[in-house]
Design a protein around this ligand. Structure first.
Ligand code: HEC
Ligand code: HEC
Ligand code: HEC
Ligand code: HEC
Length: 157
């Protein structure tokens, strides 16, 4: 065969060889394709351990209930029942060891991300009761008047 056929073929062979060498070093040894067959397919066995080592940040309401039963009961029986504690107080991690306390955010912004009235309602978010922050008791923290754990209007004094 002519040279002009062989030369590009060599280039292709070198590229394939380069790819195989690179692959040998880059694909982790516990990746499925290194096994005798494809039992574990495209899966890295060590992935499970990696995920187990990720610290749990969010603990869920049941966890809070152990030590803050009053807040948990109020929250569960209120219009905020669907809102997890950690949505407002941040991730609990190993609280009360670390952190000893969680955030108490009394800013209006905490509530306004859900309750600022939408002017162009386009999603389910607009079904949440909205107020205009500029006219609805401006500058006063919402939690001075509304109980964040039981915000139901009929329970307001
Ligand atoms: C094992 C018991 C325990 C669990 C479980 C627990 N807490 Fe606490 N929490 C405490 C203690 C103790 C404090 C400190 C009390 C204090 O100084 O008033 C605290 C403080 C707080 C504070 C700050 C109160 C303040 O006055 O500054 C918040 C907010 C809070 N916890 C929320 C939560 C939430 C939300 C959860 C669930 C994700 C939770 N806690 C789970 C025991 C617990
Ligand atoms: C909608 C937001 C929101 C949710 C949901 C929420 N909290 Fe709170 N929480 C607050 C705010 C704001 C304060 C501060 C109130 C203040 O000081 O006026 C507070 C105060 C607290 C405090 C300290 C004062 C107190 O009442 O003892 C604890 C403890 C607490 N929350 C626990 C919880 C737990 C447990 C849950 C879930 C069952 C929860 N919170 C759900 C917003 C929220
Ligand atoms: C000075 C007290 C006070 C403050 C501060 C306050 N509110 Fe209100 N809010 C009320 C009262 C009273 C009502 C019931 C009467 C009404 O609808 O105006 C109400 C009603 C609401 C309603 C129901 C609206 C409806 O369509 O029925 C929402 C939602 C609300 N407030 C959210 C908030 C949020 C979020 C903040 C903070 C950004 C806040 N409020 C600050 C007193 C207050
Ligand atoms: C993650 C979203 C979210 C956050 C944050 C949030 N809320 Fe709500 N809130 C809701 C939902 C959902 C409802 C129930 C639907 C409704 O009534 O609009 C509700 C209902 C209410 C109501 C109406 C209760 C009634 O009887 O109709 C008030 C008042 C209220 N929230 C106040 C607050 C205040 C004050 C804060 C801040 C401390 C806050 N909310 C933070 C989602 C949120």
């Amino acid at each position: 065969m002519n040279n002009h056929i062989w030369r590009p073929l060599y280039v292709v062979l070198v590229i394939i060889a380069f790819f195989l060498v690179l692959r040998y070093f880059l694909v982790p040894q516990d990746f499925g394709v290194h096994g005798v067959n494809f039992t574990y397919g495209y899966h890295r066995a060590g992935d499970i351990n990696d995920w187990q080592a990720v610290p749990i940040k969010y603990r869920g309401r049941e966890f809070c209930n152990e030590c803050h039963p009053d807040n948990a009961a109020a929250n569960a029986s209120s219009k905020h029942a669907a809102i997890q504690c950690e949505n407002c107080h941040g991730p609990a991690f190993d609280h009360p060891e670390a952190p000893e306390k969680l955030i108490l955010d009394t800013s209006r912004d905490l509530c306004l991300r859900c309750h600022a009235a939408l002017h162009t309602p386009s999603s389910q978010r607009s079904l949440i009761k909205g107020i205009d922050p500029d006219t609805h008791n401006p500058a006063i923290p919402c939690s001075d008047c509304h109980n964040p754990h039981k915000p139901d209007l009929e329970d307001m004094q």
